[in-house]
Design a protein around this ligand. Structure first.
Ligand code: ZN
Length: 285
């Protein structure tokens, strides 16, 4: 199933268009994508027989498929190529921080730059479908609603302010957490542990990787996180970025006003964002 958020209403994308979940269920299911995610198992059972009048899917109307997760986990340094370019040691446990949920946005639109060192990080994002506490990696995918594409946009200058890195704040400015264009259930993906992902900046490929190269795989992340915290339906896990981020390039490259960043995950789709200057920062110069 391809689950979409169309202007705040849940839909199912059939490939030929989408239908509205509340309408197709005759009002038995809510329109709110977040409400459906909080009761995902029941929705999945009901969705099998759902059919409704098809409408054209317009990219501009798409919003974040899990719009208001209670928790957003993000993992740093989870691909060896990125560990190498960051010039740090390989972690012995997942480097975990949060992207505060108000940074989430949809798969297309404008993102306001917070300065001259805003960077890109394409990532596979996992959407939790079932409460998970202390589970084994072997059953981890059973607790997943689906996956989506994401960008872990980061203000590097703020991230690296001494004395300790500010991962969570530097990655949580409004618009710094785009996800979409759809939540895709694992059964739709050939091998959910081996998906291509990448991004282009103004048409030039800057990142290209595969999730089989994750240091801590999706099942491993879910297992380890669930032994520490309780994962809730609708929660997001940004799983880490492959190499090719701007700060590691020679010379370093960062996002500029007018830049177009396109990010994809194989089997999921593409995000497209344009970066715009913060009018207050421009006025202060
Ligand atoms: Zn990241």
């Amino acid at each position: 199933m391809r689950f979409v958020n169309v202007n705040g209403r849940a839909g199912i994308d059939t490939g030929d268009g989408y239908f509205d979940v509340e309408e197709a269920s005759g009002g038995a299911l809510p329109a709110d994508p977040g409400a459906l995610l909080r009761d995902w198992s029941r929705f999945q059972d009901a969705a099998v027989d759902l059919r409704g009048p098809l409408r054209e899917l317009e990219t501009e109307q798409l919003q974040a498929p899990s719009p208001e997760p209670r928790q957003v986990f993000a993992i740093g340094l989870n691909y060896r190529g990125h560990v190498g370019e960051a010039e740090v040691e390989e972690p012995i446990a997942p480097t975990t921080f949060t992207k505060f949920p108000t940074c989430l946005t949809g798969p297309v639109g404008d993102v306001v730059l917070t300065g001259d060192t805003v960077d890109w990080e394409v990532e596979l994002v996992v959407v939790v479908g079932k409460l998970a506490r202390g589970i084994d990696a072997g059953t981890a995918w059973d607790h997943v609603a689906g996956v989506t594409a994401g960008q872990d946009i980061t203000d590097r200058q703020q991230q690296r302010l001494p004395p300790v890195p500010q991962f969570s704040l530097s990655k949580s400015h409004p618009g710094f957490g785009p996800i979409g264009p759809a939540l895709v259930t694992p059964d739709e993906l050939g091998d959910p542990d081996d998906l291509g992902l990448g991004c282009t900046l103004n048409g030039e490929t800057v990142q290209l990787g595969r999730t089989r190269d994750l240091i801590f795989s999706v099942p491993e992340l879910i297992s380890r996180l669930s032994h520490n915290v309780t994962l809730l339906p609708g929660d997001l896990i940004f799983t880490g970025t492959p190499d090719g981020v701007g700060m590691a390039r020679t010379p370093p490259a960062f996002l500029r006003a007018g830049d177009i960043l396109e990010s994809f995950v194989e089997g999921v789709g593409t995000l497209r964002h344009r970066f715009v200057a913060d009018p207050e920062l421009v006025a202060a110069r």
